[in-house]
Ligand binder design. Structure first.
Ligand SMILES: Nc1ncnc2c1ncn2[C@@H]1O[C@H](COP(=O)(O)OP(=O)(O)OP(=O)(O)O)[C@@H](O)[C@H]1O
Ligand SMILES: [Mg+2]
Length: 263
């Protein structure tokens, strides 16, 4: 087993570069990203549209290959894994909440949530039981047997979150998980994600534009134009990161906006 770049980190990225296309259509989405993500913490990734957040999550989760640089996840170098090993590693260890949810339209809410458990070898009956329990905790018990097309955006989003959580992955990666949720539901979901991180000792990365989510972050990584430009630890007196801490007001200011700006 390859040794981790920083042994306690669940994710270590070093000088990560990802280009899309070539020639005139070249897009340099990641331009040398260094980032560590730790178990037991909720790490927020914030930054303007198009700065590379979804690209970074996809590379960390082994869905996209980086152009260059190194990613280690749970102590393993993704580049050295065969395709099939990567698929099974991802299934077992990583939960991913996609920005567009990606629910399977022909399966009910609960059946969508069972997928990771079925792939892990659980019986349909056991898997459905766990899926429905989790959906109940997310205030979705009454809609557990509805089809995705019959659910509101916020309900679909909760199904996508449940599907990513249900098999207790060691790394949970969420792309804008509260974007479709009202304040109260968003708060409930963030408390759940925080308990996954802190009580479950899991690493949780959340991309967000939602200022209501900031209070839940142990570590806030700011991203701009393909780079991590700063890391803030708002609740900590002992900074663990190499980069200088930013003040909370500095780090949040670009994302807070004023009510008049309308989002
Ligand atoms: N498949 C692709 N092919 C070409 N360019 C892409 C592709 N996916 C993303 N990009 C470009 O890469 C850059 C980073 O995109 P990415 O989706 O990672 O941004 P983001 O920070 O997640 O944005 P948003 O907040 O809008 O979701 C953007 O300029 C985008 O247009
Ligand atoms: Mg995105």
């Amino acid at each position: 087993m390859a040794r981790g770049l920083e042994t306690s980190a669940a994710v270590s990225c070093r000088d990560l570069v990802k280009n899309y296309g070539a020639g005139d259509s070249l897009v340099r989405a990641l331009r040398g990203v260094d980032l560590d993500v730790f178990p037991g913490e909720l790490t927020l990734l914030v930054g303007p549209s198009g700065c590379g957040k979804t690209t970074l999550l996809s590379v960390v989760a082994g869905i996209l290959e980086p152009t260059s640089g190194k990613v280690e996840v749970l102590g393993l170098d993704l580049a050295t894994m065969s395709r099939s090993k990567k698929v099974s590693f991802r299934r077992e260890n990583i939960g991913f909440v996609f920005q567009q949810y990606n629910l399977l339209p022909a399966l009910s809410a609960a059946e969508n949530v069972t997928i990771p458990l079925i792939l892990a070898g659980y019986s349909r009956r056991q898997a459905l039981g766990s899926a429905i329990d989790l959906l109940r905790r997310m205030d979705m018990g009454e809609r557990a047997h509805a089809m995705p097309a019959q659910l509101s955006g916020g309900q679909q989003q909760r199904v996508a979150i449940a599907r990513a959580l249900v098999h207790h992955p060691r790394l949970l990666v969420c792309d804008e998980p509260t974007s479709a949720l009202d304040a109260k539901t968003g708060h409930t979901i963030m408390e759940l994600l925080r308990s996954v991180a802190v009580e479950g000792d899991r690493a949780v990365i959340i991309v967000t534009h939602d200022s209501r989510v900031f209070e839940f972050g142990d570590r806030i990584a700011r991203m701009e134009d393909g780079h991590i430009t700063g890391i803030d630890r708002p609740h900590s007196r002992l900074g663990r990161e190499q980069q200088p801490a930013l003040s909370a007001s500095d780090s949040m200011a670009p994302f807070m906006g004023s009510p008049a700006e309308g989002g």
